[in-house]
Design a protein. Structure first.
Length: 168
């Protein structure tokens, strides 16, 4: 009888206990944001060589390395323009009114390919415009001067080239 009552109590306890269910399926997710920054770089540098102020104007000059230009800009995916404009319409002039010396400028690429070798403006031209340079790496070129004449008149002949980088 004692055995029956222990069994009855055990069955009663099992009946009153909540049923044990199988564990529910669980899914957990987590994310990691990855980002970085490309800093803006937009530079233009023109460096003169000593030849720029020591030209021999009594004879015609050919491919005199007068300086270099370096440009780099990553601000716009449309690129940038590089313009070169002489003050005196591609003429070396002196303050005394002597006959000016006409010249041309050639840009000879030394790094990168956006400033094409042979890019130039001719004598009596107002500027050289290199359009839509889409390279983000530094572009460099030598500035080569060619005089198209000479002058026998004494004096100091000058012109100023202005380089302008404009983002698109």
């Amino acid at each position: 009888m004692k055995l029956l009552s222990v069994t009855t109590v055990a069955l009663a306890l099992l009946a009153s206990a909540p049923a044990m269910a199988a564990p529910a399926t669980q899914t957990k997710t987590s994310t990691l944001a990855v980002s970085g920054l490309v800093p803006e770089v937009c530079t233009l540098a023109v460096t003169a060589n000593p030849n720029a102020t020591a030209l021999t104007l009594t004879t015609q000059q050919t491919a005199v390395d007068v300086g270099s230009v370096s440009s780099q800009c990553n601000i716009s995916s449309a690129g940038y323009d590089l313009d070169v404009a002489p003050t005196n319409a591609s003429k070396l002039t002196d303050p005394n009114g002597n006959t000016p010396v006409s010249y041309t400028i050639n840009l000879s690429a030394t790094q990168g390919n956006a400033i094409n070798s042979g890019g130039y403006f001719a004598a009596d031209n107002n500027s050289l415009d290199i359009k839509a340079i889409k390279e983000t790496s530094e572009q460099k070129a030598k500035i080569l001067l060619n005089t198209t004449g000479s002058t026998p008149y004494a004096g100091t002949y000058t012109d100023t080239l202005t380089f302008t980088l404009t983002t698109l």
